[in-house]
Design a binder for this molecule. Structure first.
Ligand code: ARG
Length: 588
């Protein structure tokens, strides 16, 4: 049986369709979904309505026929038909009881790894050398990491790639500036402190724009770098290393694992890209540059848009590098799937790269390529996020601020922590809050960054969920039952299986068994906010249950069942939050 109840019901309905109407319906989508309105049931199948025309029968008759062939008595109550022909099913309480009893000791909560894992590249974070990582990269980092965690949990073989912007004409200016402003830099063996690389970049840019002689030297430096000039290479390496150290601090703070494979990695493959595209008959010359004219993209005049793959000066572009990377990943890495996480502003770029690769015949049908776009992070005024002085916000400072504010909140509540523990709590709350506020949004929309909102103790926030976890853990600890032991013990006289009677208990149980399908949905749609919503609802359902059902005072059986519900809720919260990339605390 599938881990995901939703998938299981789809399978059962499909089988019923085939039994009722024949093999030709084996691939028909039975339109099964989790019910929105729980008064009618837990899952709904709308196939009867979709089939009416094809079968030339009334939806209600079709529904009756499907139900007659539906085999679900191990998981569901007998199905009911409502309205014009909706089929509703309700989960069986006995199923919930057995299922929860079984998954309780398991850290994966009964969710097994996929039988056929894929090799998947998640291309995320990908900041640019000598430029500060900005909030756009923060979004990519947080969303990309979450997607990677979910896919890894499912058992996929995930390669987390950092496509760092470490190549391009801007290095001419940076190298030249390095040589003029820090003449000794290249002779020093040990780590060189260039100071703030963003300031460095700005100063270099200023010089470049103002000084024609500098500009010419910079141009030559690019040529030098490309042709392997030793000094230019060394300068480039220094700049990359310095940036890398800065990036790493952020990754360490956020607990992000990434493998760097920057743009420069593909340098030697670029000529082949252009050559093979030419051979495929896709390349045309346009104003001295080599281009592929895109289908479905036009300029303002309505003419087909050219994608430049080699500039008139012989240089290559961001897109050429992505074409090389795509080919490398397919041929060398042998991936089944590639996921690119960047802001929505790059949607055209990826659509164009994918189109060219496709027309060149480089995309096997079995390989799935997806761009996962996300919206902007705005300031609370709804405009671009800026510091008070109008600068772009630095990531490091943004994270520090979140931690500082979390710490101030703790101070105000005056908990009895020692200093070290308070630091740990504040750091966890601060960083979790930033991550969660991002992930809880539908990623395609813009969102307003607000420390107050993300740190609020109430609502769909990290602090709310962190406290919920601590509270639930506390209750389940009070019961002093060793659950792991409980299920394994052979001579138990006390109750050892969960029994559910109250409505709030059953509601909570139903939500608990839907973790698998939630994870499945996040993996399919690449929408982390689905998991956030699930966890938020879980803590609400837990509260309703806890309000209504005494946990410690009931009979032995009630005590066991309800403490088990607490235990499974805590485990689910922890697993879910970890999959989002959040840390939990045991005590707050
Ligand atoms: N460095 C790019 C940027 O900062 C993002 C790279 C995304 N990945 C890729 N394969 N193009 O916008």
């Amino acid at each position: 049986m599938s881990n995901s109840l939703l998938s299981e019901f789809k399978t059962r309905f499909k089988a019923a369709l085939v039994r009722a109407f024949g093999e030709e319906f084996a691939e028909y989508d039975p339109a099964v979904m989790a019910a929105k309105d729980l008064r009618f049931g837990d899952y709904q199948c709308n196939a009867a309505l979709g089939l009416a025309k094809q079968l030339k029968r009334k939806p209600r008759d079709i529904a009756t026929e499907i139900v007659a062939h539906l085999q679900i008595d191990d998981i569901g109550e007998p199905a009911s038909i409502d309205g014009p022909g909706f089929i509703n099913v309700r989960l069986k309480t006995s199923y919930l009881e057995t299922q929860l009893t079984t998954i309780q000791p398991d850290d994966r909560l009964g969710i097994t790894k996929l039988d056929r894992p894929e090799r998947i590249i998640v291309d995320f974070s990908s900041p640019n050398i000598a430029k500060e990582m900005h909030v756009g990269h923060l979004r990519s980092t947080i969303i990309g990491d979450c997607i990677a965690r979910i896919l890894e949990f499912q058992g996929h073989d995930v390669l987390r790639l950092n496509h760092v912007g470490d190549w391009g004409t801007q290095f001419g200016m940076l190298i030249t500036y390095l040589k003029t402003a820090y003449p000794d830099a290249l002779n020093q063996a040990d780590v060189l402190a260039l100071g703030d690389l963003v300031e460095f970049y700005k100063a270099a840019k200023k010089k470049f724009d103002e000084d024609p002689e500098f500009k010419e030297t910079a141009r030559q430096a690019v040529v030098g770098l490309q042709s392997g000039d030793e000094e230019a290479r060394l300068a480039w390496k220094l700049l990359c290393e310095q940036s890398r150290r800065e990036f790493q601090k952020i990754y360490d703070a956020l607990d992000i694992k990434l493998q760097e494979r920057g743009e420069s990695f593909y340098n030697s493959l670029l000529p082949d890209v252009v050559q093979d595209l030419t051979q495929a008959g896709l390349v045309e010359e346009n104003d001295g540059a080599l281009c592929v004219f895109l289908e479905g993209f036009t300029n303002k005049a309505g003419d087909p848009l050219p994608l430049i793959v080699q500039k008139s000066n012989g240089g290559y572009n961001y897109a050429t590098t992505d074409l090389a990377a795509l080919r490398y990943r397919i041929n060398q890495d042998q991936v089944d799937r590639i996921i690119y996480v960047t802001d929505a502003g790059q949607s055209d770029h990826f659509a164009q790269v994918f189109q060219v690769a496709n027309r060149a015949g480089w995309l096997p049908e079995s390989v799935k390529i997806t761009h996962v776009p996300f919206g902007l992070v705005l300031g609370e005024d709804g405009k671009k996020l800026k510091t008070r002085s109008g600068e772009t916000v630095k990531l490091k400072e943004l994270l520090q601020e979140a931690i500082a504010r979390a710490n101030a909140d703790l101070d105000a509540r005056d908990p009895d922590y020692d200093a070290d523990y308070q630091k740990e709590v504040a750091t966890t709350i601060g960083l979790d809050a930033v991550k969660y506020a991002d992930l809880a949004q539908n990623r395609t929309s813009n969102y307003a960054f607000s420390y107050d909102k993300m740190l609020a103790l109430q609502g769909n926030t990290a602090p709310y969920l962190l406290y919920a976890y601590v509270r639930v853990r506390g209750i389940s600890r009070k019961g002093d039952i060793d659950f792991e032991q409980f299920n394994h013990a052979s001579e138990q006289t006390e109750p050892r299986s969960i029994q559910l009677t109250e409505a709030t208990e059953i509601n909570l149980a139903k939500h608990l068994v839907q973790l698998a399908e939630t994870i499945e949905a996040v993996a399919d749609e690449l929408m982390p906010n689905r998991l956030c919503q699930y966890l938020f609802e879980l803590s609400q359902k837990f509260n309703q249950f806890y309000d209504q059902c005494p946990v410690l005072q009931g009979s032995e059986q009630e005590r066991f069942s309800r403490l088990s519900l607490c235990n499974i809720t805590a485990k689910t919260l922890k697993l879910g939050l970890n999959l989002l990339g959040l840390k939990v605390l045991e005590r707050m």
